[in-house]
Design a protein around this ligand. Structure first.
Ligand SMILES: CC(C)(COP(=O)(O)OP(=O)(O)OC[C@H]1O[C@@H](n2cnc3c(N)ncnc32)[C@H](O)[C@@H]1OP(=O)(O)O)[C@@H](O)C(=O)NCCC(=O)NCCS
Length: 164
């Protein structure tokens, strides 16, 4: 099936929220443990600067995954060359190259908007996501202990960086 990638508009908020519902129900992948509602996603999308975005992968007319690109921080311009990303693909669509396609799109956007490096935080138990980011060129740089606590269970977080 052909995959199309586009920058999300507020009209995509419902589909993105639906993916958060699935990811959060799985419990194991993300530090986000409560799904963002369509209204929260809409507000987030409209709050993004021209240098940020959420990119969605469409298979037919279904949105099956997305990748977000956000500035690292806003309180000083000394981090303006750094962005952070997050990637979420629906279970049935994992392992089919969608994350990689999203990353090609996001990395090109990031380069075109003056970013020099990307940083991700990944739960230590999420081996697949670490393998995914490593396959894109991210390098693990360290571990934050007991950084995530969900349902009373701790998880560490690995932080990884990639120079574009
Ligand atoms: C992690 C995730 C985003 C990867 O997206 P994906 O579409 O499944 O990944 P792709 O099919 O594009 O795989 C790209 C590369 O990642 C690596 N990879 C992907 N799945 C892997 C797995 N299960 N084991 C090892 N490596 C894997 C491979 O190197 C792969 O390249 P290859 O297919 O040429 O071998 C996706 O599995 C997902 O949404 N998982 C649940 C949510 C999550 O954990 N998000 C990350 C939060 S930080």
């Amino acid at each position: 099936m052909e995959i199309h990638i586009h920058r999300a508009t507020p009209d995509d908020a419902g589909a993105i929220s639906a993916i958060w519902e699935v990811i959060c129900a799985e419990r194991v992948h993300s530090a986000v443990n409560r799904p963002f509602t369509p209204e929260q996603v809409r507000q987030y999308l409209t709050s993004l600067s021209d240098r940020e975005g959420v990119f969605v992968a469409e298979a037919g007319d279904e949105i099956v995954g997305f990748q977000s690109l956000d500035r690292w921080a806003q309180y000083t311009d000394s981090f303006d060359h750094v962005a952070t990303v997050g990637t979420f693909v629906l279970p049935d669509w994992r392992g089919k190259g969608i994350g990689r396609r999203l990353a090609q799109h996001t990395f090109a956007f990031a380069r075109a908007h003056g970013y020099e490096k990307l940083v991700v935080y990944v739960r230590a138990s999420n081996a697949r996501a670490q393998a995914f980011y490593q396959s894109l060129g991210f390098v693990p740089k360290g571990v934050l202990s007991r950084q995530v606590k969900i349902d009373g269970q701790y998880d560490d977080e690995v932080f990884m960086e990639l120079f574009l």
